[in-house]
Design a protein around this ligand. Structure first.
Ligand code: GMT
Length: 381
């Protein structure tokens, strides 16, 4: 098929999923056209079946905000007609679904049929999308998509709860590419970070409030009192400065390393013993799945879709949102018993395999076919 993909090109989870999906589809022989305002960060290798079309929203002194939604819709119209796209897949509802909707209407008037699938990722529903400033447009464009998928059952339920959705939402979970995310021997690296054989805890996020990174620091302060350990904080965002201050206040700076944004996350996961994800809301938790693929058990909250990947008492432990003391206790239980830790590492890896890209990609391919066929019938009628 000729598939258009619209996504955020930066480090967010939805952009990563969209890009990895596009790359996998291209390997299967589909022609994949990315339509974004910047080359997606994970689009790091050349492939003959991958094409990139940049959206440029013309600036003008009259605009306080550039009308990106219109520029995107125009670009979709242009690419769809020129490249003869069969289907468009937009990731993250705002504003991609409404741009797709406008583009589809314009194309229809020109006699060109472009069905589109909207994938809901998380904050487009649970945080931003339900804000009254966006809700009517988000609801309308979801209801008028030709296909709707969500990355977890929990997000599907949240969508029905927060919006008046009249359509069926298909759950297609996020996936993992084991050729990249796998445990490798990085012992030299481990020795540099934890020279006395300390255990290594890791957190990876965009350091926004919703990630509750403060809970990571507070639980670590309790853990390090009982278990010699180090904490790696990977990523960057608005909360970072406050977290650095907190580490100073708690006098744990020698045990905590802020690593900023890192590309080779798998190398850091390879030396880690536990991944910490205390999020307030989390529709899926791709970062936790990446950790599990690298044999790292997960200490998390039980928010949103996390229970769909982290099995309490098997692949890690879950606590109520905000209960960092319980998270610390669970971490100590896990790390103080070497046999248990080894078992949890093996369990995490085994469970992550359910989400191997080889299992999930066909679900998208079948869904595209289904949407394409039923939308074609409607178009002809
Ligand atoms: O909010 C973020 O962390 C970024 C956001 C995105 O769309 O870029 O992530 C969401 O989508 C990811 C990929 O599907 C999920 O793994 C994350 O759980 C989800 N984040 C939240 O729900 C907070």
């Amino acid at each position: 098929m000729k598939i258009g993909i619209v996504c955020y090109p930066t480090y967010g989870g939805s952009g990563v999923v969209a890009t990895e999906l596009g790359k996998a589809l291209a390997k299967e022989g589909h022609k994949v056209h990315f339509i974004t305002y910047q080359e997606p960060v994970r689009l790091d290798t050349f492939h003959e079946n991958i094409f990139y079309h940049e959206v440029s929203a013309l600036d003008y002194p009259l605009f306080q905000y550039q009308p990106y939604e219109s520029a995107l819709a125009s670009k979709i119209v242009d690419v769809a007609r020129f490249e003869q796209l069969d289907i468009l897949h937009v990731h993250y509802a705002i504003p991609h679904a409404s741009s797709a909707l406008i583009a589809r209407s314009i194309l229809k008037e020109k006699g060109f049929h472009l069905p589109f699938v909207t994938t809901l990722h998380g904050t487009d529903i649970t945080l931003i999308g339900k804000d009254p400033g966006y809700k009517p447009v988000v609801e309308y464009s979801i209801n008028h998509s030709d296909g709707i998928t969500s990355v977890s059952q929990s997000l599907k339920e949240d969508t029905y709860k927060n919006f008046n959705i009249t359509r069926e939402i298909e759950v297609i979970p996020n996936f993992i590419d084991f050729s990249r995310f796998k445990k490798t021997d990085k012992d030299h690296f481990k020795k540099a970070i934890a020279p006395q054989g300390e255990k290594i805890l890791i957190h990876v996020s965009n350091f926004r409030k919703v990630k509750r990174v403060e809970d990571v620091v507070r639980m670590f302060e309790l853990v390090v009192k009982k278990i010699p350990s180090k904490l790696l904080l990977v990523g960057d965002g608005p909360e970072r400065m406050g977290l650095e201050m907190l580490c100073r206040e708690l006098a744990i700076c020698d045990q905590v390393r802020f690593l900023g944004k890192q590309d080779a996350i798998e190398d850091l996961l390879a030396i880690s013993d536990a991944f910490v994800l205390p999020s307030e809301t989390e529709s899926f938790g791709l970062a936790a799945l990446e950790a599990m693929a690298c044999e790292v058990p997960v200490i998390s909250s039980n928010a949103g879709g996390i229970p769909e990947i982290n099995v309490h008492g098997t692949t890690g432990y879950m606590s109520a949102v905000g209960d960092f003391k319980d998270m610390a206790q669970n971490t100590i239980t896990l790390l103080e018993d070497e046999a248990r830790l080894l078992q949890f590492k093996a369990n995490a890896y085994a469970h992550a395999q359910t989400f191997a890209i080889e299992n999930i990609l066909p679900l998208y391919e079948r869904y595209y076919e289904k949407v394409f066929k039923s939308a074609e019938v409607e178009f002809v009628i």
